[in-house]
Design a protein around this ligand. Sequence first.
Ligand code: ADP
Length: 176
Amino acid sequence: MPLVKAIYPGTFDPITNGHLDILSRAAQLFEEVQVVVAVNVRKHTLFTLDERLTLIRECTGHLGNVHVSSFQGLTVDCLRIFGAKVVIRGLRAVSDFEYEFQMALMNKKMDAGCETVHLMPSEQYTYLNSSVIREIATLGGSVAEFVPHNVETALRVKLGAPTFGGPKVGAPKASP
Ligand code: ADP
């Protein structure tokens, strides 16, 4: 079986344990995995590109064949630049399927050599995505079991939530 390189593109705003689950599976299947943080100037993100890159590098240091960089442009161009053949994507639920199916077919249309491999995470991560994490953290909830420790700290710093992990002081209480 040929050893091939793969890319794992995404926004990673921020990286979660779901992303890490997919990444550690991919790292065992491919010779090298390049995590590619998409540069999308029209998409507002909580973390800057540099912050997202740093957070990913910090929590993937133990995966020797995983590298992290950014890219602006088409996924098929990204594949070519990194000398990769495979695009890794996560597939959580039926709701992911339609979009992922469309992207995989469109990429194949643009570059017949592009193969997309969809990996399913462990059951415990199937409901997890970055926007839910941002939402919970913004509202002062604990995200400790969903993200690596460095991301939890970064969220705390970014959101300046002094009551992180509990309801905000002065927040309206639920009526009885
Ligand atoms: P994008 O904006 O490209 O969807 P994301 O950072 O949200 O970027 O996701 C990048 C990839 O990681 C996507 O393939 C997505 O399906 C996958 N992914 C995100 N969260 C999870 C999770 N909890 N389990 C498995 N895959 C996930």
